[in-house]
Every structure is written in C-alpha cells, then in structure tokens.
Design a protein around this ligand. Structure first.
Ligand SMILES: [Zn+2]
Ligand SMILES: [Zn+2]
Length: 279
C-alpha cells in the first residue's frame, strides 16, 4: 500500500530544486508534485548571510514544509536544506551535506533523506585583480556554476549573485574593485546556479525515496531506514573486530521500532584495515 499515491505534494523551493525532486517523487511515490507561487524560502536563511539561518538544516527544512503547506493548503510537502564547510573527517576537503524532508500532515509522519558529498565547488577568496578572479573562476567550474561578487564576506551592501557569463563577471568585478579596492568572490551555492549541489540534492532525494518505499513491520508506515551503524566486522586474518561496519540499525520514524541487520556486502574485513594486523 502506498499512502502517498495520487496525492499532491508541494515542493518548498524557489531555487529550481524541483528539477531533481519532482521526477524522483512522482515516479517512486506516485504523487503530483508542484511548486508554490509566492513562497519566499530565503526568509529562513541565505548562504550569503544577509539573512542568518536560525535553526538546524533539518528544522529549517521542516519550517519550509510548514510554510509551503500553509500557503497552498496542501497536506504534504517536501523541502531540502544544505550546508557547506570542511568535511567532518577528511582534513582540507570541503563538503556539502544535504537534507531532504517529507512532511505528511494527513498521516502525521516525516521521512528524511541525507547525503554527504565531497563533490562540491564550495570556495571563496578575496581578489585584487582580474587574473586572480579568472583563476578562481576556473577552479570553481565557472561558467557552468555561478559566482557571487561583493566587497567582503560581512558586507552585502553591494552584491551581485548568479553570475554565469565571463563578460559580466569582469564588468561587475571592476565595478566593485574601483569602489573598494578589493572584491570577495565566492561560489553561488543556490541549487539553480550549482549543478554539483543539484546532484547532491538528487542523491539525498533518492535516499528519502528509498525510505519512503520501505515499511515498518510493526506499524506498517513508510519511512523505515538506516539510522545508525555498528563497527566490528571481523578481520579475515586475525579474527579480531575492526572499525569497519558490521551491522546497521534500521528504525521507524513513526513508532520507534528498530532492528539490527548484519551488513551483507562483506563477511570479513581485509587485514589492510585491521589495527592489529596493519597498525
Ligand atoms: Zn587482523
Ligand atoms: Zn513503525
């Protein structure tokens, strides 16, 4: 039974995320997705900091869903929220974390999807000349990916967003440079101007769809998925537990039921990853 089938679903976005979210949910959940008119998601925070995000990404996605449902009188919504910064485990690597949240008011359930990716162009730099600017642009996958120019990170009095043409980039750069003697250049992380981010949102949506089509044995609601994992996979040489994943915890967001399932992709770990055999 698909409790979503045949229903409308509002996508709380103003930056084109429906490009990847709509086809995925329409085919897997048999819903009719649409984008609302007049929803300002920037009021809940912008990457450029003119409006500071007050809540966690997941809470922000929930606030966007609520706003979209209230605006359209639709009882089901989906929203995503991303963050960028240094990778939690890999030094020097930038990463993009995306959360996608589905809120079903009628059935009072929420389903989440998440993806952490290092395939991001997230970066920024202060430039003093056009050579520096074009060097940064080339490293940032411009012009396929948009750029933003302003005086400094903390000053948005004069800001140009969504630049995707070299002529415009140089022209706007000179305009700010002549006024302030420096230009803060950064990658535009809004989904519409950032294909790499759009791809991470697609992957987070795919994670959500997997959960939305996986059912809890106990309450029979969708949203049953992996929420944690346990290390301890046995080393094939010495037989001692390693840090590699032995099992996953699957849990239901609706009733709280959980199960531990042994990871099936490997029965033993290569001694290369064993702290005893390969310290
Ligand atoms: Zn070992
Ligand atoms: Zn359940």
């Amino acid at each position: 039974m698909n409790i979503f089938s045949g229903r409308k679903m509002v996508i709380a976005t103003m930056h084109g995320k429906e490009q990847v979210i709509a086809p995925a949910v329409a085919s897997a959940l048999e819903v009719f997705p649409f984008v609302p008119k007049g929803l300002d998601t920037d009021q809940f925070g912008t990457f450029t900091g003119e409006i500071e995000r007050k809540y966690s990404p997941l809470e922000t996605a929930r606030i966007k869903c609520e706003a979209a449902m209230n605006l359209t009188d639709c009882d089901m919504a989906i929203a995503s929220e991303g963050s960028f910064g240094p990778h939690p485990l890999l030094f020097f690597a930038a990463c993009n974390e995306e959360w996608v949240l589905l809120v079903d008011r009628k059935n009072r359930i929420e389903i989440t999807g998440r993806k952490l990716s290092t395939d991001t162009n997230y970066d920024y730099r202060i430039c003093y000349n056009v050579t520096d600017l074009l060097d940064f642009a080339a490293k940032s996958c411009f012009p396929k990916h948009g750029l933003i120019l302003r005086k400094s990170k903390s000053n948005s009095d004069l800001i140009f967003k969504g630049i995707i043409e070299q002529e415009e980039l140089i022209e706007k750069f000179m305009f700010i440079y002549e006024k302030y003697g420096q230009v803060f250049v950064e990658t535009d992380m809004r989904a519409l101007y950032n294909p790499k981010r759009m791809q991470v949102i697609a992957e987070a949506t795919s994670d959500l769809v997997d959960k939305a089509t996986s059912f809890c044995k106990k309450c029979r609601m969708p949203g049953f998925g992996i929420t944690a994992s346990n290390p301890g996979l046995i080393c094939s040489l010495c037989g001692m537990p390693t840090k590699s994943i032995l099992s996953h915890i699957w849990s239901c967001n609706n009733c709280g039921h959980s199960e531990e399932k042994i990871s099936l992709h490997k029965t033993a770990e290569d001694p290369m990853y064993c702290d005893i055999c390969n310290p």
